[in-house]
Design a binder for this molecule. Structure first.
Ligand SMILES: NC(=O)c1ccc[n+]([C@@H]2O[C@H](COP(=O)([O-])OP(=O)(O)OC[C@H]3O[C@@H](n4cnc5c(N)ncnc54)[C@H](OP(=O)(O)O)[C@@H]3O)[C@@H](O)[C@H]2O)c1
Length: 244
């Protein structure tokens, strides 16, 4: 039976690939991002709505509109997120830190807290979180991004405990390097610097990650994949990458 799948940050990269994977599976989609015009190009017939996860009012409107369009939510893919700058803590100004924490942590919580009660009431649902290997291992200049992704681990653990008995699954999909607009965003549009991140190595594609998300979501209801850590073969940890 077709499920209602909500994907945040579906205008690009991993979120767009997740949308395409669930669409191929025959699911009904509600897609959100700030660049709403790009959402319409991701999957034909998906319900698309403006969403800024850092704005509580926008999240409220997005979730209400998604439910009105497609009914109760079966799967929530919390994907919207970003890294901004590479900045040692002693050199930080706070602006990028706030943006990352407001998006990656508080934004995810704002969406999740509006979706979980309906899942608990219906005794069914799957919350997927796109974490990162940055949440498992810190790197120089990435302390706050890593912290924002590490924060998702206890959040997922707490949701599992708090919803136990309600038939709700919680999966964290934690990728290594993926070739998306991630680095372009991190380096504020500096395409040359962004391209260097992937030079001489073979990163994951957004589709590689979306396959992991879809695999977790397509397990039988009694099977919960807790955490999937997926990295390129050419990567050992956030700072060790094999380059030709
Ligand atoms: N690429 C990697 O190497 C990598 C590795 C591990 C984890 N991740 C994680 O994967 C997730 C997706 O990133 P990506 O690699 O696919 O990068 P991307 O191509 O830049 O996509 C990021 C998506 O997040 C959305 N987004 C950002 N801020 C938002 C906000 N305030 N409200 C709503 N949507 C917002 C963007 O849409 P709009 O700009 O249109 O709003 C965009 O659709 C992120 O959580 C990232 O941390 C990425």
């Amino acid at each position: 039976m077709s499920r209602h799948v909500v994907v945040t940050g579906a205008s690009s990269g991993i979120g767009a690939a997740c949308a395409r994977a669930f669409h191929a599976n025959g699911d009904r989609l509600s897609l959100g991002a700030r660049r709403v015009e790009r959402l319409a190009e991701v999957v034909p017939d998906a319900f698309c709505h403006q969403l800024d996860v850092t704005d509580a009012g926008s999240v409220e409107r997005f979730v209400a509109a998604a439910v009105a369009a497609n009914g109760p939510i079966d799967v929530l893919v919390n994907n919207a997120g970003l890294a901004r700058d590479v900045e040692k803590i002693a050199e930080g100004t706070g602006e990028a830190w706030r943006e990352m924490i407001e998006t990656n942590v508080l934004g995810l919580l704002e969406v999740t807290r509006r979706v979980l009660p309906q899942m608990i009431a219906r005794k069914t649902g799957h919350v997927v979180v796109i974490g990162s290997i940055a949440g498992h291992k810190a790197y120089v200049g990435g302390g706050v991004y890593c912290g924002s992704k590490r924060a998702l681990q206890p959040i997922c653990e707490a949701i599992r405990m708090e919803t136990l008995g309600s038939n709700i699954r919680v999966t964290s999909v934690d990728p290594g390097m993926v070739d998306t607009e991630f680095s372009l965003v991190r380096f504020r549009g500096d395409a040359e610097r962004a391209a260097k991140v992937y030079t001489g190595t073979r990163p994951l594609t957004a589709e590689d990650v979306a396959e992991c998300v879809a695999f977790a979501a397509n397990r039988p209801a009694h099977v919960n994949l807790d955490t999937i850590v997926v990295m390129p073969t050419d990567q050992a940890n956030p700072q060790m990458v094999h380059r030709q």
